[in-house]
Unconditional design. Structure first.
Lengths: 316, 298
């Protein structure tokens, strides 16, 4: 990408367009250690000892949402917040080029090693900031925001998280070619799972709270604002409209957008019922209850409202 | 991709679609293990508007380089269709309809088997075995070949395997203690992966899906052995003794009950060394023999 704004430095072959800012479920030290092991002992040893520690990183199914997009071998893709390359690698196998960036140098370093291992010559890896991306307008056929939109509100450049999210989406819209696609993988604000687990904030129930209460609660518990906004389907529709997108298709991703084993068109309740009744075995109480729910339309409608996550495909 | 699939369905199967302007919906589905390897399949169920069940099933791979997975699956299904055509088990398998390959994309289109995955209990297992035996009975007429010297067959299989020479010798020594004499088995194509997950049940019928391993072997009993082993490992031997006499009698095999152990090991070897190569890469032949002895109380 040497036709765009200059990088500030190159480390281990990775250009920096912004300062390094580590993030991720895996503590930085653990990833540093893993990369060191990889460099010293090779992939075989790494796979035997570390593969399962980085959830689903090596599975080829993470980008299965792509089947809903008419991708072809001429596509140029931007994987924004690419992390360890869970989408970049499977996409690179079917498109012309993938540009993967992340604010974390360490994660990009790991991705670069994977790219080399897989022998994929069509992935560019770089450190960059979402709000200061070094790309020209109308450059990409597809932009991937997988597990990213909920985090962009952490930027202190905006007065509130929603503003940051709209700005991020507008940036994507500008970078997309006409007729290009934006993919967003993200949680449902009112997912049933958030009643028993932690929200992105690290606290329980914050996604269910009105924003101003979540904000106070967050200040009280963590000393900072609540900035990881998720929405329900109407919320995402409005957010996308406010960013200038008008053509969005929603899918339910099961068990989650990170492993979209089953992808169900949101607007088709019959398909959701079919999945629950026919494709899921009755091996847990939750599933047994789901099967009963699937037979009662109002309950199924409600169940859909509480589904864990969405795959959203937006056309420019 | 699904835009291309939709176009081909409308183009090739206008009879299946009531209205050319019909909007099709696609449900993407893959098994929990699909994605570990590049050649794993992805399935799409195709629904007409307002329909509660899909009418077509489309199989895709994640990269064109893995196209052989789709081709093999499609050919295997066609093989089963040919064998069961117009017979009483005609509806046990989906119908292979169309294979699309434009050099960049590949997918197969087939009908959808009715029924749903069900957790087996002994009663359901009994019904499944009965249906399966009927299926094997119905296709035995297609084969005139038989295995008359099972010892030679087993040794040949071991010698031709990818095992190291030392491992081959260990296995040959182990089967040397078994009796393969006076066994004659008709060669009958096996599905190769008859598991609870691959069986769909309806009130009065049963379907078997996933044809990746069809024809992997034609040693009869392999499918039932695998089914029992996965249903309940500790009872697998008992279940074999319960159902094999009826099965072998129906397909015209000549084997006495006291020779079952040698057959069990042959199935075990095929399952763990030939079919699931990744298992034999992780554990030693000694462990495989030892596991077999424990499971089958040898």
């Amino acid at each position: 990408m040497n036709d765009i704004k200059n990088y500030t430095k190159i480390v281990d072959g990775i250009p920096f367009f912004s300062k390094d800012c580590y993030w991720g479920k895996t503590p930085k030290k653990e990833l540093e250690k893993a990369i060191k092991v990889l460099e010293e002992k090779g992939w075989e040893y790494f796979n035997a000892n570390y593969q399962n520690k980085f959830d689903f990183t090596f599975e080829e199914n993470r980008a299965d949402w792509r089947f809903n997009i008419p991708i072809n071998k001429n596509f140029v893709v931007l994987d924004a917040g690419a992390g360890m390359g869970r989408n970049s690698i499977p996409l690179a196998r079917v498109v012309k080029k993938v540009v993967a960036f992340d604010s974390s140098f360490l994660r990009m370093k790991f991705l670069k090693k994977r790219v080399e291992k897989e022998g994929l010559g069509n992935i560019d890896v770089m450190v960059a900031d979402f709000f200061d991306m070094p790309f020209r307008q109308n450059s990409f056929d597809l932009i991937v925001m997988n597990g990213v939109l909920e985090w962009v509100g952490a930027s202190d450049k905006f007065k509130n998280p929603r503003e940051a999210q709209i700005s991020a989406l507008k940036i994507c819209k500008n970078l997309l070619k006409s007729g290009g696609y934006l993919y967003v993988g993200i949680e449902n604000r009112f997912a049933l799972a958030y009643l028993k687990g932690l929200d992105h904030s690290g606290l329980r129930f914050t996604s269910y709270m009105p924003r101003f209460i979540a904000n106070w609660y967050m200040f009280l518990r963590k000393g900072k604002r609540y900035n990881t906004y998720t929405y329900n389907i109407k919320g995402y529709q409005k957010l996308l409209r406010d960013a200038g997108f008008s053509n969005a298709n929603f899918y339910l991703a099961y068990p989650g957008y990170n492993r979209p084993r089953t992808i169900i068109p949101y607007n088709n309740l019959n398909i959701l019922a079919y999945v629950i009744k026919n494709l899921m075995s009755e091996n847990t109480l939750h599933r047994k209850i789901s099967k009963i729910v699937a037979g009662i339309k109002p309950l199924l409608w409600l169940y859909r409202k509480l589904f864990f996550s969405f795959s959203i495909i937006v056309k420019k | 991709m699904i835009q291309l699939v939709e176009k081909i369905i409308i183009e090739k199967f206008p009879d299946l679609i009531d209205n050319i302007n019909v909007k099709l919906s696609f449900l993407k589905y893959s098994t929990p293990s699909s994605g570990k390897n590049l050649d794993d399949k992805v399935i799409f169920f195709v629904f007409k508007a307002n329909e509660k069940s899909p009418f077509l099933c489309v199989k895709i791979v994640r990269t064109y380089l893995a196209k052989n997975t789709v081709i093999k699956n499609f050919d295997n299904l066609k093989k089963l269709n040919d064998l069961t055509n117009n017979g009483k088990c005609e509806n046990m398998f989906a119908k292979a309809l169309y294979l699309f390959d434009d050099g960049e994309n590949i997918f197969s289109i087939e009908t959808v088997c009715p029924g749903k995955k069900t957790k087996f209990n002994k009663k359901k297992l009994k019904n499944v075995v009965r249906e399966y035996i009927n299926f094997q009975d119905s296709i035995k007429k297609n084969s005139n070949e038989s295995i008359d010297d099972l010892e030679y067959f087993a040794k040949d299989l071991i010698k031709k395997s990818n095992l190291k020479e030392l491992d081959k010798q260990k296995i040959l020594r182990f089967i040397g203690q078994m009796s393969f004499k006076d066994i004659r088995l008709p060669r009958i194509i096996q599905h190769g992966d008859v598991t609870e997950d691959n069986i769909l049940l309806e009130k009065d019928s049963m379907s078997i899906v996933d044809c990746d391993f069809v024809g992997f072997t034609d040693v009869p009993g392999f499918d039932l052995f695998g089914l029992f082993y996965r249903f309940n490992q500790s009872e697998a031997k008992k279940l074999c003794y319960e159902y094999f006499p009826e099965y072998f009698a129906k397909i015209g095999a000549d084997i006495s009950v006291d020779k079952y152990d040698s057959l069990f090991f042959l199935y075990y070897f095929m399952e763990h060394i030939l079919r699931k190569k990744h298992i034999s890469e992780r554990i030693s032949v000694d462990e495989i023999i030892s596991d077999f002895k424990i499971t089958y109380k040898m």
